[in-house]
Write a protein that binds this ligand. Structure first.
Ligand code: 9MR
Length: 396
């Protein structure tokens, strides 16, 4: 072999070796291995960039996200690529869409519906009855005193017929009633009592009525009861009791929304499975409607006058979050026959409703004034890039 040939051979061998090393290194950082923290960059180069969450889960369930009339503009590319279901984070709630008896604010809700239709994205309606973000006027009578049950029911029926009627055929599901069960550990208090609905009715009559009105208004929409902390044993049994009652009374309910405002430390797999089994045993469907997973297992200690320490997105919490996201999606896949959609609450870690809650999640006391500590609860990071947890859930 002359020198030129030798050099050429060496060059080719080097090229081949480099190619093999590259392939090997890519294989080693396949998303499958992201269940532990590694040095894999957030966007792994070997990934099929044309696919989004909705494609990875196309045989399982819809992948959804809560949106606002702002995020459908600022984050439209990500939303269109990754998701095939949206929920209006706030824009369809009673107090927002119907702030006075004779006034509706359709603009933001209409924009979200138009955006979704333009991009062939399914739409969840959220929500028709809640104790928060409600319409105070509904509970005030013509004399300025508390309105009668009859008047409140008539207003509720008008509201539901108008809103559900406007979007008839466009929503595949409505969260009809949101969070009507008491969140405490007391098994003897079944319904949420700090609610104008309870104050007016002192019975679950309003819950049944809301489902019947929604069914009248759009018989094809699936109707859901939506709740948080549904996996906690005491609350789980209260929810189960309500669902059994609704079924026994032939109330038109199709499914249950598990909000799934979880943390990297709870709930455990058995609790999730037990709650799912109970709901499914009643012939009801399930959706995970507001999934997020804050990295704070507990709210941080707020000492007056001191700025609370934000530990940030450390490798330790990142590893826990990856493992737990993987665990919950393993369960979702096992139960996919009963799960129509999994929806994340907000688009990316850039902005989450949890960021102003001092590390707390649903049901924790809300600090006043707000304490800003980032929660990093989603599958996309503060730059809207896929996190390692993303790969842990799509590849398993
Ligand atoms: O994410 C919503 C936030 O922007 C609102 O300020 C808040 C008002 O209470 O509601 C949030 O969404 C809630 C959802 O509608 C129902 N489940 C709990 C969610 C988080 O609070």
């Amino acid at each position: 072999m002359n020198r030129y040939l030798t050099n050429n051979w060496v060059n080719k061998s080097l090229l081949l070796a480099t190619a093999i090393a590259t392939v090997l290194s890519f294989t080693q950082c396949t998303p499958k291995q992201t269940a532990t923290v590694s040095s894999v960059p957030n966007t792994t180069p070997q990934a099929d960039q044309s696919k989004g969450l909705k494609d990875y889960f196309k045989d399982d369930f819809y992948m959804g996200v809560a949106v606002s009339s702002r995020s459908i503009r600022t984050d439209s590319a990500l939303i269109i690529k990754e998701f095939n279901s949206v929920t209006a984070e706030n824009d369809m709630k009673v107090g927002v869409i119907h702030p006075a008896e004779n006034r509706y604010n359709w603009k933001n809700a209409d924009d979200i519906v138009a955006f979704a239709e333009r991009h062939h994205i399914h739409i969840r309606g959220h929500n028709l009855l809640w104790h928060k973000q409600g319409a105070d006027w509904m509970f005030v009578g013509p004399d300025g005193k508390p309105a009668s049950k009859e008047l409140v029911l008539q207003r509720l029926r008008d509201h539901i017929h108008t809103v559900v009627g406007r979007y008839k055929g466009k929503m595949y599901v409505w969260d009809v009633v949101n969070e009507a069960i008491d969140d405490s550990q007391d098994p003897n208090v079944m319904y949420r009592e700090n609610s104008p609905w309870w104050t007016t009715f002192k019975s679950p009559e309003f819950i049944e009525a809301a489902f019947r009105y929604a069914h009248e208004a759009d018989p094809n929409a699936k109707l859901y009861y939506n709740e948080f902390n549904s996996e906690r044993p005491v609350k789980r049994e209260k929810i189960f009791a309500l669902l059994k009652k609704l079924k026994a009374d032939h109330v038109p309910i199709d499914g249950v929304g598990f909000q799934a405002h979880w943390t990297i430390g709870r709930p455990d797999a058995d609790q999730i499975r037990k709650a799912l089994d109970e709901v499914i045993s009643l012939g009801l469907d399930v959706q995970f409607t507001e999934l997020d997973m804050t990295v704070h297992e507990n709210p941080v200690e707020v000492v007056p006058g001191k700025t609370p320490v934000d530990p940030g997105f450390t490798p330790d919490v990142e590893a826990k979050q990856i493992a737990r996201y993987k665990m919950v999606f393993d369960i979702f896949r096992q139960y996919k026959k009963h799960i129509k959609a999994v929806t994340f609450w907000n688009v990316s870690d850039r902005g989450s409703w949890l960021d102003s809650r001092g590390g707390g999640s649903a049901g924790d006391p809300i600090p006043n004034p707000p304490v800003f500590i980032k929660a990093y609860p989603l599958l996309f990071d503060i730059n809207n890039q896929r996190k390692k947890a993303y790969w842990a859930v799509v590849n398993n």
